[in-house]
Design a protein around this ligand. Sequence first.
Ligand SMILES: [Zn+2]
Length: 512
Amino acid sequence: MQKIVEERQAFKHYPVEKQAARERFTRLAEPYKLEILDGLEEGQITFVENGPFIDLCRGNHIETTGEVKAFKLLSIAGAYWRGNENNKMLQRIYGTAFFSKKEQDAYLNRLEEAKKRDHRKLGKELDLFSFHDESPAMVFFHQKGFFLFNGLIEYLRGQLKTRGYQEVSAPTILSDDLWKKSGHYDNFHDAMYFTKAENREYAVKPMNCPGHALIYKSAQRSYRDLPLRLAEFGKVHRYERSGATHGLMRVRAFTQDDAHHFCMEDQLQAEIGGLIDFTHEVYRTFGFEHYEVAVSTKPPKAMGSDEIWEKATTALKEALKARSISFTVNEGEGAFYGPKIEFVIYDSIDRAWQCGTIQVDFSMPERFDLEYVAPDSSRKRPVMIHRAIYGSLERFLGILIEHYAGAFPLWLAPVQIRVLTIAESHNAAAQKIIERFQKEGFRVEEDYRNEKIGYKIREAEMQKVPYSFVLGDKEVESGQIAVRKRGRQDLGSKTVEEILMLLKNELAGTGA
Ligand SMILES: [Zn+2]
């Protein structure tokens, strides 16, 4: 690398006819490049060349290798050619390069930090979840992990109550015909699981929307019923190749914090505005102060008139502008059935995660023949908005584990307090304290093991328990508690009342 950089090799791009490219790669004895070439369409392709190296490439390179000011070999690993285990195993070399040493150091630090925070590693250390070959890429939540999962639901449920939602639940297995009607059968077939009973074909739902469309249709709806907001913590199954799954981040069964707003066209902007505020509030609660927003507009092939597209896209943009939220526009990248807003959050080590979406849909009301009675007694189609804020709860939890490095805020922590005793003679006093704090609604566990107190304190720290209470002779005599806060902070001795005040203040300050 050093030699290549010093030679300041220029990157030359030039078009080549496929046949000429084939001859050249044959001469160079490059069987893999030839194979890739065979998979490309006839006509011209682009070569890129620097020094003695030639590759097929669309471009976007620096001008010369001299611009590389820092580089590092990261790892090497065996990799099957084209990710297929029937192919030959090759050696893959991972490396990185930057325009300055400083940028590279920052990147490497972040990688190091990310490794420490890896949710799969922390998931094991904190006993949150496991995976088993009996159900590949589907999560087995353990008690503490499931507490967190439910904590995310409970928090959002509290929000739904004040935001005019009806929480519903639709079945997991629905007939094939429904998925044909919704279009999922044609467009999503490879990612769906199927089953059969009494000679009828069913699919395991990959999405919650059709279920909500059926609930909408279960009664005659009037304009007075709109907007109708149906929310569901709906578990969906989507097949992913085993090479594509990753911890909690990419699984085959996950729970969406899904909702569908059925509304009239002129309610679109207000609905979207409310959803943006809602999303903002949720991200703020978890400390994602910085997020980015993109609006995707009408693609070349789309359903619905230009007029309604214009109206919906304007509604999305105006709702953002009214809140002084800057956004980028992905021209033509909306789904065929409507424009959307996507939210990308940045975690505590500045990594980007796409999470929330607000998607306008003109198609599904059409496919399911959804109607409402307008003020003039005519029948009209509602517009449907699909929205998710966490996206997938499993994935969001994975992001949170890494964002907090396992040290969850007090309101969300599965265990908030651990009570450690120095000797067995202190256990009775400890038990009283545990009961008192449990009565106040705190989640407390004890550590009465016959271990050195230093060891117990280190373990509580490793388990990222927010508060540890230490009880010895001195504390039992004075009726006080030696309090330690996560992050090796000794808060000294306090009375029960003082501690309760401290914890309640902390909870009140988090807004969740
Ligand atoms: Zn939906």
